[in-house]
Structures are given as structure tokens and as C-alpha cells.
Ligand binder design. Sequence first.
Ligand code: F6P
Length: 325
Amino acid sequence: MSSIKKIGVLTSGGDSSGMNPTIRSVVRTALSRGLEVVGIKNGYEGLMYDYIEPMNASSVGGIINLGGTILYSARAPEFIEPAGLAKAANNMRKHNIDALVVIGGDGTYRGALDFSTIYNFPVIGIPGTIDNDISGTDYTIGYDTAVNVAMEAIDKLRDTATSHGRCFVVEVMGRHAGYIALEVGIASGAEDILIPETPTVIENVIELLQRGKKRGKKSSIIVVAEGDEIGGGIETAQLIEGKTGFETRLTILGHMQRGGSPTARERLMAARFGFIAINALLDGRRNIAVGIWKGEYTYTPIADAVKKHPKIEETDLALLQALSI
Ligand code: F6P
């Protein structure tokens, strides 16, 4: 018999599409296993300031296809201060919450780690970030939708780029990670991608663009992650236009990549992660983050999940180069 009778669920940090179906899966799996569930609004802020409400099966009805998060989200720097953690612990006791399920990225996990270490409340993490930059999992909730949103935008940009014979620089999100840039670059047939995980040599980009023009390419697309060391889209577009003389335009996709209805893959992963998170908790696992790695479910200590391990596939970099000759 598990000692866990009541759980709290929250979403924290940058929102991502797929958080809603994840909440749905957490709540309904927990109810089906006889647990009580409360929803905590505005992430850790809600835990500190008591924005806590009971949830039932109907609380999560009709949200499987909705972007955003019905529990809202926030970045809450106060939570990592001793006073913030103490307020949160008081509310855990006041509501008799035995364990927390947190859905978010590395900042969310760092908060969870401090909280569980100092106050000994069990915490289970579910990776929710468009950046796909959490260790111990090769998928994070929101990533697939973000890549699809960016791909659809780039397809449209290619139409106008070709009509006008222009080069387009498209900046995608990823302050510290180039996964969105890499996969959307491959999926949309971009000429090149610039990402923080690999050194950017602008002369190579210029040469590639000039070679393409010589062989008759009507347009070109360069995808740059916002965190690339070159500085981002503005700097990239200026350098390209300055060094090639090609008419160049810049589009920054920004926060639109975080919104929209979750893709089918997203909803499936949301359902799976919510289900295995609750079962892990009831099986006695503590302070771990669920995930998936090469098709197998993973249970990574949160202390390890917050450590950065870049997982860019060399093969993907090589194939992008091969396909953009
Ligand atoms: O971590 C998710 C993310 O969307 C990053 O890709 C981006 O750099 C950052 O959040 C933007 O944060 P904010 O919404 O606080 O501006």
C-alpha cells in the first residue's frame, strides 16, 4: 500500500503545447488509482500563495486538443528562496498534499529538486518544454508541436522567398538548445542551420549560399536558433546580406512556437508520460523525472535530469549538409 493519498499537479516555466493533455492524463490516471488530486495554478507561485483547487475527471474534460495550460504557468524566482520554499511547504501540509507532479523544463526541475531535498516531499517531474533540452529523455512535451508550427511557417516563407529570389533567415526558439532549429531545418529543407551546440562559421554559410545561387537556386532558408553564438536572426541576416549582397529578409517565429493545438504525437506522449508518472509514484519511485530514451521509458533522478547533456545527433547534422548541396 502506498502512503500517497493525495497529489498536487502544476505546470511551470515556459508553457508548451501538450501541457493540457498531460494534466488530463495525470489527473485521470491518479483518480483511476484512487488518489485525490488538486490543481495548483500559476506554477510554484500558486504553491506559495495557495492557488490550489480540487480536480476531478470533469476538470480536465475537453482540453485534450487545447494549447496552453489550464493551470496557467509562471516563472517564480521567489520559490527558490528559503522563505518561498517554506510558504510552499506550509500549503502542502495545509492541503494534506503527499506528493507533487510538476510539468516543466529545467527551471521547474531545479525548483523541484530544492523543494524535495529540503522538505522531503516526493516529487515526480514530467518534461514539458518546446526546447527538448532535458537530460534523460529524448522527448519533451511541446517539442513536436513547436517543430510542426515552425515547419508550416517556413513552408509559407519559402513560397514568397522563391517568388522574389530572396534569402530568408528564420529565427526559432531555443536560448540554449538547437533541437528545434535542427529538426525543422531538416523537415523544411533549409540550406543550413545555426545552433548553439556547434560552432558557427559564417564564411561556410556564405559559401553554401553562393554555391546554391550559382547552380540556379531561386531561394534559400537559413534557420538560426535564438541562442546561437552569432547572436540570433538579426545578426545573421545582416551578415548574410552584407557579405553576399543577396536580398535577405528575417522572420522571428518567437512565441508562436509555444502555442497551437498539440499534434497527435504530442497527445500520445502526454498521455503516456502522465500515466507512467503516477504509476511510478505509486510504485515507490521518488524525486525522479519520467522520460523516454530510444523507445524505452526512463526514470531519471531529478538531480541528474537538471544536468545538461547535449544530445544533437551527428548523423542529423551530416544529413542536413548532404541534402543542402
Ligand atoms: O524554454 C522555453 C522557451 O520558449 C525558450 O525556447 C525561450 O528562449 C524562452 O522560453 C522564452 O522565455 P519567455 O517566455 O520567458 O520569454
